[in-house]
Design a protein around this ligand. Structure first.
Ligand code: SAH
Length: 262
């Protein structure tokens, strides 16, 4: 007869007890979850998630699982990072299988290292489950590759702001013809980004596409150029990624922002 611990059906099993999986939930469409993240959601005892995680994805959590919103947005945590770390550690120490669910890929502007360090310091085993990052989802939506032979041999993932404020970048490299960058958290810093790029010689006619709520039914795509970036981004209310150097393949079908605004 096989001995089955009484609660082994309630979590991932003995191997997962006291463990934290840090998983990417992708950009919002539940179909863009990895099978691994999906399975983890169906088995975890405690799910600690960021605010950007869609309701459809949270609905995949095991019935009875404790689902905690850590409230983190792109502009900094509503729940202090130390509190999130302490929560993960406390639940794992109590024997729970904890799923820390982050939007997109956990390793892209996700403070993954801070959480891993906290787990390591507490001696808690962890695993990272990658996810589809917003840039990939946005590029897919506009039918453009992020890299293209003869156009760009590198791709930059930028943040509009960092701990110091608006983030400085290698503007000269970005200003070169053919450069492609996906700018995360770039709404508030759009004017700064535009100014820096123009100052370093970027063509004002460089295509820019703003993809808001990529992969979600309410997604809005705005095609514009560098010269109108701040105006085009102003209407975005949801999470948006700015694809610098890319125009949508089906540009004609999209609202193109081209009115001059003072
Ligand atoms: N780890 C995430 C990024 C977290 S930072 C990832 O890999 O995608 C939060 C920023 O990501 C937002 O400000 C926005 O710029 C971008 N973002 C996240 N989800 C998005 C979505 N569905 N559509 C567009 N941008 C998104």
């Amino acid at each position: 007869m096989t001995f089955i611990p009484s609660d082994s059906r309630l979590n991932g099993g003995d191997a997962d007890r006291g463990r934290v999986d840090l998983a990417g939930a992708g950009p919002g469409d539940p179909d863009l979850l990895t099978l691994k993240a999906h399975r983890a959601l169906g088995r975890a005892d405690v799910v600690i998630h960021d605010r950007l995680i869609s309701a459809e994805i949270l609905a995949l959590a095991r019935p009875g699982a404790q689902v905690i919103e850590a409230g983190k947005t792109g502009f900094g945590p509503a729940m202090p990072q130390e509190e999130i770390n302490a929560l993960m550690v406390a639940h794992a120490r109590a024997g729970a299988y904890v799923l820390r669910l982050k939007s997109g890929d956990p390793g892209v502007f996700g403070r993954l290292d801070e959480e891993l360090e906290a787990l390591e310091a507490a001696g808690i085993p962890w695993r990272v489950i990658p996810g589809i990052t917003a840039a990939s989802a946005a590029a897919a939506q506009i039918g453009q590759p992020l890299t293209r032979r003869g156009r760009n041999s590198d791709l930059r993932l930028l943040t509009g702001h960092d701990v110091q404020g608006f983030a400085e970048q290698d503007w000269r490299a970005l200003a070169r013809p053919g450069a492609v960058a996906a700018i995360y958290m770039g709404k508030r810093s759009a004017r700064f980004t535009q100014g820096r790029l123009l100052m370093h010689g970027a063509d004002p006619a460089t295509p820019v596409t703003i993809v808001e709520n990529a992969s979600r039914p309410e997604s809005v795509t705005r095609a514009t150029t560098l010269s109108l970036l701040p105006q085009a981004v102003a209407d975005a209310t949801g999470p948006a990624v700015i694809l610098f150097g890319l125009a949508p393949r089906a540009a004609a079908a999209l609202p193109v922002i081209k009115e001059a605004v003072q």
